[in-house]
Write a protein that binds this ligand. Structure first.
Ligand SMILES: [Zn+2]
Ligand SMILES: [Zn+2]
Length: 494
């Protein structure tokens, strides 16, 4: 593991992720107004949420002795159907390849521009190729019109159109190589600065430079350095993020074209890249994870790099079906606030079946679920990083509601103790601690709801729940990053 330290003190080893049955030692989030209880979340991976990767599967055999009949029987097993939009679908996969080529050339300005130009032009071509097949696609005008309407207000999609015209008809994009530094001292004290830097400086170079000049007063918190390429006409959005977002919107319309043609998986052959399997994940995980060449975060207290552990779970029917089989039927309606009681009931059932509950965030737009994220953290710094990534995902998905589901330790404060000052002892380290299932909902329009349900584990392994209760205190601090994203979006659209 790489560590960062400007002193000779050996960094403390990174604690292991929290496992069943032990406290994570996080500080309970403080709540303005009612410092009555402490809670801290314990993240436990849910088996059914484990990332599914294709490893070691040979899907590209060059053998020439495969018979036609063998292929036919394989297709029959997989229930594949002809691709209803082969040109557009193939071009979408090309975009995915171009995106990786652009990411791989991040430190080389000319190669980056070259690959980005190809990526933007191909992103634009997907819809043109799709439109050429309008006559053979059922109900095209309806669903394509709806998709066009849904992306018409999307600033990144509008930028893609203009960028393609600039590349083809005018000149190159005005690209800037930047570094963004973000210092987070706690949930409420944050500082950010953006620098224009030559692309040859890596995140590691910039981090070492900043740590060497760190003021003595700053000895706690975390520092993130992010390398960015931006265009003059889209200054707030990093270009790999922007193109990943545009790619996700196109996946959406190509998926609809297949769905309307009653095709689940099509016969379009997968590519050599493991992540390029012809599936319809809105934004594939490979485009969401930033490796440390693009973003590097260091815990200033220990000098250690904080690894980004969370991941985005794609919403698909298969996941819904697996959940139904495992936990039974659940009908959930309404926005993030209205869903809190039902989701708490659902979380109780998941805990009863699995004996542990992974920390998860649901992202909603109105009463529609638009994203799901599993979050993992092992200390306060990694928890903050996870919540920043949640906020980032909220902005990307234009979510206006979030539900956070977790297991938590709950403990009453000592008489006269003010949890808002100093460093209160974490709930998990207090003798009067109790376990709880905890669900918080917040919305962009400022509403908030928090419910929890205490439980005990019997020796037999059975779990006994107390009745669910509402917590009327304010929004917990750990959701501040999400609130800040919404405030920023509101001020930029005013
Ligand atoms: Zn297809
Ligand atoms: Zn990929």
């Amino acid at each position: 593991m790489r560590t960062f330290s400007t002193s000779s003190r050996a960094p403390a080893p990174r604690p292991p992720p929290v496992g069943p049955g032990r406290a994570c030692g996080l500080s309970g989030p403080t709540r303005p107004g009612r410092p009555a209880t402490l809670r801290n979340e314990r993240s436990r991976p849910l088996i059914s949420h484990a990332p599914m990767r294709r490893r070691g599967l040979c899907t590209h055999s060059k053998r020439s002795d495969i018979t036609d009949s063998a292929e036919v029987s394989w297709l029959a097993v997989e229930n594949l159907a002809d691709c209803p939009v082969p040109s557009a679908h193939r071009r979408l996969l090309d975009c995915h390849e171009h995106w990786h080529a652009t990411a791989d050339s991040y430190m080389d300005p000319d190669l980056f521009r070259l690959n980005l130009n190809a990526l933007i032009q191909n992103l634009r071509n997907v819809t043109w190729l799709l439109q050429k097949q309008r006559s053979v696609l059922p109900d095209f005008a309806n669903w394509y019109g709806e998709w066009q309407k849904s992306v018409s207000a999307d600033s990144i999609m509008k930028w893609i159109v203009k960028a393609r015209n600039r590349i083809v008809k005018e000149a190159d994009l005005d690209l800037f190589s930047q570094a963004k530094a973000h210092l987070s001292l706690d949930w409420l004290q944050e500082y950010e600065a953006t620098y224009t830097l030559p692309p040859r400086y890596t995140t590691h170079d910039i981090m070492m430079h900043m740590l060497a000049r760190k003021p003595l007063a700053v000895h706690d918190g975390m520092l993130t350095v992010e390398r960015r390429w931006v265009d003059r006409l889209l200054p707030d959005c990093e270009l790999l993020d922007a193109t990943a977002h545009a790619y996700g919107q196109l996946v959406d319309v190509i998926r609809t074209a297949h769905h309307k043609s009653e095709v689940g998986k099509c016969t379009l052959p997968p590519r050599n890249r493991e992540c390029l399997d012809g599936g319809f994940a809105a934004i594939p995980e490979c485009m969401l994870m930033k490796d440390n060449s693009r973003r590097l975060t260091v815990n200033l207290e220990s000098g250690e790099e904080i690894i980004e552990d969370d991941y985005i779970q794609s919403l698909d029917e298969e996941l819904g079906e697996r959940a139904r089989q495992r936990y039974g039927d659940f009908t959930v309606h309404g926005d993030a606030i209205e869903r809190v009681p039902t989701v708490l009931e659902m979380a109780r059932r998941m805990l009863t079946v699995d004996k542990s509950l992974a920390t998860a965030a649901w992202l909603l737009r109105g009463d529609r679920m638009v994203g799901l994220m599993a979050l993992q953290f092992y200390d306060q710094a990694s928890k903050r990083l996870a919540m920043y990534k949640l906020a980032e995902h909220v902005a990307r998905k234009r979510a206006d509601g979030v539900l956070l589901i977790c297991e938590a330790w709950i403990a009453a404060a000592e008489p006269g103790e003010d949890l808002r000052t100093g460093r209160p002892k974490p709930a998990g380290e207090r003798p009067n601690r109790q376990e709880a299932v905890d669900v918080t909902g917040i919305t962009r329009d400022g509403r908030h709801s928090h419910m929890l349900c205490l439980f005990t584990r019997e020796e037999s392994g059975e779990i006994s729940f107390s009745p669910a209760v509402e917590d009327p205190s304010g929004t917990p601090n750990f959701l501040e990053p999400v609130k800040r994203v919404w405030e920023k979006l509101s001020s930029s659209t005013d």
